[in-house]
Design a protein around this ligand. Structure first.
Ligand SMILES: C[S@@+](CC[C@H](N)C(=O)[O-])C[C@H]1O[C@@H](n2cnc3c(N)ncnc32)[C@H](O)[C@@H]1O
Length: 351
């Protein structure tokens, strides 16, 4: 006698809400622990989605605002930048505290330059509750998201301001003890790097620190920020533009054949090098002291890259890469690791 197997009906006890946008929809499922699980479903299957899922504590109206501004392709990524402790938070903890102790930030003024939608600002405000943080941003839309985010957290040690142009700082912005470019340097256009970075350097106080992190290393073999294409970092601009326009696979497929070079620069196609950054830190009275991380057991940028990027299971490969980068650095003084996490101290020039 065959006993019929009972029909098991999956009962979803949790509520799922659908948030809509022309670029796609976000399925938001309430979880038992009070969080929500987000799934990003693009309208166009070919659209590049940086992260397709994430878990969040954000309220629905904040998620909808982020979806409206960052679109479906960046929704989960933008939320994770703030809430995932292994993302921007880990990069900032390692990138700042491997150079300077947390107590050095207490009561100080910190500039989060290019604060975007406020992910790095929220992380910094939580890391340093006794400091005053100023976030500046070029995009008014992103700043509006940042405001809503800070309101959600009830963070009161932050001020946000709009950059009047790509090469200017807000008038009367004041002087800072620490200036942080979290995933920003690569998005600066060449003339902005030349004009703006010296301005940032001029509003840094004597003995203050400039941190540049989450920036792709222009010397690395792969352009890993925007296109994922090997050797693009070494290609002249015209060739890099053609390659990005024509490539139909990987992250590069999101760029259309008529993308302009300026658009790709703004996207971050050109990373930086320590030597390039040093050329912008000019001032008659002050010199940049390029620091190596010396705290938390680190010795150089390669250690920082290794620590912040090692996913479980890939340790042996990364460990070999780390060994190779260290050997190249010892032999040539060149740092060929994929990402830069740099710190410069502003010291009075001695004559
Ligand atoms: C990848 S986002 C990083 C945002 C934020 N710092 C974070 O870590 O989440 C880079 C930001 O830099 C901003 N940006 C680029 N060039 C700028 C400029 N010249 N002045 C001010 N902000 C700029 C962009 O608008 C963008 O929001």
């Amino acid at each position: 006698v065959r006993v019929p197997t009972p029909q098991v009906r999956e009962v979803n006890a949790f509520v799922t809400t659908v948030l809509e946008h022309p670029t796609g929809k976000a399925l938001v499922t309430e979880l038992a622990d009070g969080r929500k699980r987000l799934q990003a479903i693009p309208t166009n299957r070919n659209l590049f989605v940086q992260r397709t899922t994430c878990k969040t504590r954000y309220p629905l109206d904040l998620i909808q605002t982020i979806l409206d501004v960052k679109e479906i392709g960046s929704l989960c990524d933008e939320i994770s930048r703030d809430e995932d402790p292994t993302y921007v938070q880990r990069d900032l903890e390692l990138g700042l505290l491997s150079y300077v102790s947390a107590s050095a930030f207490e009561g100080k003024r910190i500039l989060d330059f290019g604060c975007g939608s406020g992910a790095s600002t929220s992380v910094l405000a939580r890391m340093f509750p006794e400091s005053h943080i100023v976030g500046t941003e070029l995009s008014k839309e992103f700043l509006a998201v940042a405001r809503q985010r800070l309101q959600y957290y009830g963070l009161s040690n932050v001020n946000l301001s709009h950059s009047p142009s790509g090469t200017d700082l807000q008038e009367g912005i004041g002087a800072f003890d620490f200036i942080i470019l979290s995933a920003v340097f690569e998005h600066l256009l060449p003339q902005e790097r030349e004009i703006l970075v010296p301005k940032l350097w001029s509003v840094l106080k004597e003995d203050g620190y400039l941190f540049i992190n989450q920036t792709p290393n222009r010397l690395w073999l792969i352009e890993n920020h925007t296109t994922g294409l090997p050797l693009l970092n070494y290609a002249p601009n015209w060739l890099a533009l053609e390659a990005a326009r024509r490539c139909r696979f990987g992250p590069a497929k999101r760029y259309s054949p008529d993308s302009s070079w300026e658009f790709l620069l703004r996207e971050g196609i050109r990373g930086g090098t320590k030597d390039e950054i040093l050329t912008y830190l000019t001032n008659d009275s002050y010199s940049p002291v390029s620091l190596e991380p010396c705290r938390l057991g680190f010795r150089d940028n390669i250690d920082l890259w290794y620590s912040s990027s090692v996913p479980r299971g890939k340790r042996p490969v990364k460990a070999i890469m780390k060994g190779v980068y260290k050997a190249i650095k010892k032999a040539t003084n060149l740092d060929l690791s994929p990402w830069l996490t740099l710190a410069f101290k502003k010291a009075r020039t001695t004559r």
